[in-house]
Design a protein around this ligand. Structure first.
Ligand SMILES: Nc1ncnc2c1ncn2[C@@H]1O[C@H](COP(=O)(O)OP(=O)(O)OP(=O)(O)O)[C@@H](O)[C@H]1O
Length: 960
């Protein structure tokens, strides 16, 4: 029945998966290829075994000593079985027809068998590897022609019989089981691949379970120890509970729900099996109860994981004596087959079942993968995947490599099953590298291990003599039936008390004889009591050691905790101290903060007080008098009346902007329009000078630094609220020049104090300013004072302080005579000195400010040119001969300042002095007119001069 493999694709390759191991296989993993066993050969083997067991000297299978055996590490054996392909034959397949096990009556429907001729899996000649050919449609996509999976202990082809599988796979397991080594065989594979067929088989082709039972019983019957051994059989399934939880059902006994608690099955009853027939009938009974259903893949698909346990027991005096849960067990697991939803088309409850099945298969695989990775790299922790399903929890010891297990993978060879097959092989073939290092205690078939077979002291109370039928497993221990009179607890207690006393006294020789005498009436054999006593002693001793170890461990743990506690307490103390310090610090800081706040408040109050004082006093300082000439603008004509300190401080920076070389001066006609915004403070008093000085310096510096960019910039804000009144010395029209556009400038007031008195002018527009100028000029013309040809201009800067100044006050301005009167009141000598020093300072400043760095040009002036307006263009000209008709003006501060403060005496004095200077006509001295007339005039003038003015004149004359 060979089906042709698909033709190889030239563009594809063959991939070798899981290549053969380099290490030599362990002897136990080498399974000699044998011919299928015939009945005679089986019998021969059985007889050989029996002979060995009969002959006490032949220890081939039975170990004489009771010591635990540590087996060498061996690899997990992974077998692969390829089931025959499904060939449609009527409504039944050939394979199905062979399966003669009783079917679950609930599932009668049969899926449509697909007719298939193409196969994708084929066992290789070495019988240890398999080649999986990629179906033609998938070859181009996967670019793999075929995959070779290696490392199997044996690959069973579709032609292999159940006996072949048994001989190669299960027989060694059963043999080891007979030796007292537990083992487990699990069948894995997709749905319908033949797991159940392999495990249980059919009447015609019995599977591994019946074959193993036959083997076991055939051995048991032929041994001399027949009377001392009992085979217990249990069978249960783990299925999904409506897709939510998992439940365990005892398949051999009706209505028995089983639960797993701490690796111990509760509620599972074992059946004592005496012969093969009984065992097979029990299995058949369990199979009928097993949950199955019809799916697209399998007409009788298992919907649960089925576990069969075959356990060795012992008999004493013709009655079975329970061992314990650790007794040798052979476990065979038939997992439900993984399903693809697409393929099975499951829905509803079936789909939930399918999810559960797939999940269990997945967890099973995860456990083994984790074990493999852990063994490959010990640094990788062994993941506890086993917790994720009931089956893996139950099989934990096997899945963690503590007990020996085998795997049989079943696959379907059809092309349509390629995906399932290749997936399973890829996942499971590496499991063959898993190693087991099992520690097993061999079964003493000749009853040489009474401690395992005999009941323990604690169980004696429960022991009841009874029939050797089914026994109920409770917490892993089987109840035994003892005679009723054993319920008399006095002898039992006497035994226990005696043993306890002996252990306490460390008395090795327990008076078993006395004990046996004490209970001789019960008919219990002395040997049995001896065994029990020694067993009890060992147990007590073990418990004592365990408790000792436990108490030591507990003591160490407590010690560590105590140390930790002490450390924590010390740390706590430190933290508390730190906290206290921090609290103190925070309090100090709070106090400091409060003090600072108080200080700030005090300072604020002080500032307020000072401000209020400043507003009240409003001294009009920094009045600059500038003398200019219409034809030749010369800074030397500018003079200023101001205290020397303030003048030098404030004017110097501003004057720097006025630097200009002589050539440029003449070349630049705008020089005559120069507005020296020699700003000064009028309301800050002496305390505010520094700030304003800074502002001025800033302006000047900025101008120097950003010379280019300032051309297009807005006027310097430093000169906001500043107005300049220029009266040229050539008696041309006075010019009012503002630093900013008067139309937009928000000037609350401008106060101009003329030399004839104090005037306060409130104007908000250019027109107002012009009016003021006109008014001042009128006043001058009306006055009888002599004009000396020089032009006195005061530059006044004010700041809005809320005061209002009435324009009409200008009319109340005092006449020049009144001013002169005031001037006379002043200390003329002081005035003269100050005037001289200021004049000198001014000259010095101007000279120093004319540096070639800025080409002698006044940057500030340049900036302001666009916004400054020559007064000549907006004021009517009153005269053309400036030399003959000099005019004098003064800009004054607010009225309220004048009322509070005495009038400035320096200004009139300075004006007078300047007037005198102008009258001197120093220039004319060089070409002094000859004659008595001229000399006479001079003499007359000299007479009218004061002593101070004379000295000043002398000084100036010397200078010039
Ligand atoms: N090696 C084989 N020889 C003959 N028939 C086989 C073989 N393997 C499987 N079959 C048949 O194939 C059908 C499905 O097999 P089986 O029920 O054992 O699959 P399964 O893997 O247990 O499926 P599921 O996981 O769904 O229970 C059965 O009718 C069985 O008789």
């Amino acid at each position: 029945m060979k089906s042709p493999l698909p033709s190889p694709c030239p563009a594809t390759v063959t991939v070798r998966r899981n290549p053969p191991r380099r290490a030599r296989p362990t002897p136990s993993s080498v399974i000699p290829l044998r011919e299928p066993l015939s009945s005679p050969s089986l019998l021969r083997d059985i007889f050989a075994t029996d002979a060995a067991q009969h002959n006490p000297n032949n220890a081939q299978h039975i170990k004489p000593d009771d010591s635990p055996t540590t087996t060498l590490p061996e690899n997990l054996k992974v077998f692969l079985r390829i089931r025959p392909p499904v060939i449609q034959k009527g409504s039944r397949t050939i394979a199905e027809s062979k399966n003669a096990w009783p079917k679950n009556p609930k599932s009668n429907a049969r899926p449509k068998a697909k007719k298939t001729t193409e196969i994708c899996v084929q066992a290789n000649d070495d019988l240890r590897s398999v080649t999986v050919s990629t179906p033609q449609p998938l070859q181009d996509m996967k670019r793999i022609k075929s995959e070779v999976y290696e490392g199997f202990s044996r690959v069973f082809s579709a032609e292999s019989s159940q006996n072949d599988v048994y001989e190669e796979m299960v027989k060694p397991l059963v043999d080891d089981f007979s030796k007292g080594i537990s083992g487990m065989l699990a069948a894995l594979g997709p749905s319908g691949s033949g797991k159940t067929h392999t495990v249980f088989g059919s009447a015609r082709e019995p599977g591994m379970v019946p074959l193993a039972l036959r083997r076991i019983f055939s051995q048991d019957e032929s041994t001399a120890a027949q009377s001392s051994r009992v085979v217990y059989l249990s069978m249960f399934e783990i299925s999904s509970e409506r897709g939510k939880g998992e439940k365990m059902i005892d398949l051999l006994h009706d209505g028995g729900d089983v639960s797993l608690q701490h690796s111990v099955l509760k509620g599972l009853r074992e059946a004592v099996v005496n012969d093969v027939q009984q065992a097979e009938s029990l299995i058949a009974h369990g199979m009928l109860k097993r949950a199955t259903a019809t799916t697209n893949s399998n007409s009788q698909s298992s919907r649960s994981q089925c576990i069969i346990n075959i356990r060795w027991g012992s008999k004493q005096g013709g009655e079975e004596v329970d061992g314990n849960a650790n007794s040798t067990t052979l476990t065979i697991v038939d997992l439900a087959g993984a399903e693809r939803e697409k393929k099975t088309g499951n829905q509803g409850a079936r789909l939930l079942e399918s999810n559960f099945i797939n999940n269990t298969s997945m967890v099973f695989g995860q456990c083994l993968r984790s074990l493999l990775e852990h063994q490959k790299n010990r640094n990788k922790t062994l993941q506890k995947h086993y917790k994720n399903s009931l089956l893996t929890r139950y099989l934990r010891n096997y899945l963690e490599g503590k007990k020996r297990m085998m795997l049989i993978l079943t696959v379907k060879p059809g092309v349509e099953d390629y995906l399932d097959t290749s997936f399973l092989l890829r996942q499971a073939s590496p499991f063959s590298k898993i190693k087991f290092k099992t520690v097993e205690e061999p079964v003493n078939l000749t009853n040489k291990r009474p401690n395992q077979a005999l009941p323990q002291a604690g169980q004696l109370k429960k022991m009841k003599f009874g029939s050797n039928e089914n026994s109920l497993i409770t917490e892993g221990k089987t109840d035994r039936r003892f005679p009723e009179n054993l319920h008399k607890e006095i002898p039992v207690k006497a035994i226990e008390g005696s043993v306890d006393q002996s252990i306490q006294d460390n008395d090795e020789n327990i008076n078993v004889h006395a004990l046996s005498n004490g209970i001789s009436g019960l008919g219990i054999h002395e040997n049995m009591l001896k065994g029990n006593v020694s067993n009890l002693k060992v147990k007590k001793d073990r418990e004592y050691r365990i408790m000792q170890g436990f108490s030591k461990a507990l003591w160490n743990v407590l010690k560590q905790y105590k140390e930790k506690l002490e450390g924590v307490e010390t740390e706590n103390c430190h933290l508390k101290e730190n906290l206290a310090n921090e609290k103190t610090r925070s309090l100090d800081l709070k106090n400091e903060l409060t003090n600072e706040k108080t200080r700030i408040l005090d300072l604020e109050n002080e500032v307020k007080e000072l401000k209020s004082r400043c507003i009240c006093s409003k001294p009009s300082t920094n009045v600059l008098q500038v003398s200019t000439h219409a034809s030749d603008f010369d800074l030397s004509h500018y003079q200023m009346t101001k205290t020397p300190e303030v003048k030098s401080d404030i004017l110097s920076p501003s004057m720097r902007g006025l630097e200009k070389t002589e050539t440029e001066k003449t070349a630049d006609p705008s020089a005559r329009d120069l507005v020296g915004s020699f700003a000064s403070c009028s309301d800050g008093g002496d305390e505010q000078h520094p700030q304003q000085l800074e502002d001025l310096i800033e302006c000047s510096d900025d101008t120097e630094n950003t010379k280019g960019s300032r051309d297009t910039a807005t006027p310097d804000t430093c000169f906001r609220n500043k107005a300049l009144l220029l009266l040229p010395s050539n008696n041309s029209s006075p010019e009012l020049v503002c630093c900013e556009d008067m139309g937009t400038m928000d000037i609350p007031c401008t106060a101009i104090q003329s030399t004839f008195g104090s005037v306060c002018i409130n104007h908000k527009s250019e027109q107002d300013a012009l009016k003021i100028v006109a008014d001042v000029k009128n006043l001058e013309s009306e006055s009888e004072c002599e004009l000396d040809g020089s032009c006195l201009v005061d530059v006044f800067e004010y700041e809005s302080n809320g005061n209002t100044y009435d324009h009409e006050d200008l009319k109340d301005a005092k006449t020049k005579e009144e001013l002169t009167q005031l001037q006379n009141d002043n200390d003329t000598s002081l005035v003269e000195e100050q005037s001289v020093s200021m004049s000198e300072n001014l000259h010095a400043d101007l000279k120093s400010s004319r540096s070639p760095q800025n080409g002698g040009k006044c940057n500030h002036v340049k900036e302001e040119e666009s916004t400054l307006k020559p007064l000549g263009s907006i004021l009517p000209k009153e005269g053309t001969d400036a030399q003959n008709k000099p005019k004098s003006l003064k800009v004054a501060s607010c009225r309220n300042q004048l009322t509070e403060k005495p009038r400035r005496r320096l200004q009139p004095a300075a004006s007078l002095l300047l007037k005198e200077l102008s009258m001197l006509d120093i220039k004319d001295e060089n070409d002094k007119p000859k004659g008595a007339k001229a000399g006479k005039k001079v003499t007359m003038d000299e007479k009218s001069r004061t002593q101070g003015s004379l000295s000043l004149l002398n000084l100036l004359t010397k200078k010039t």
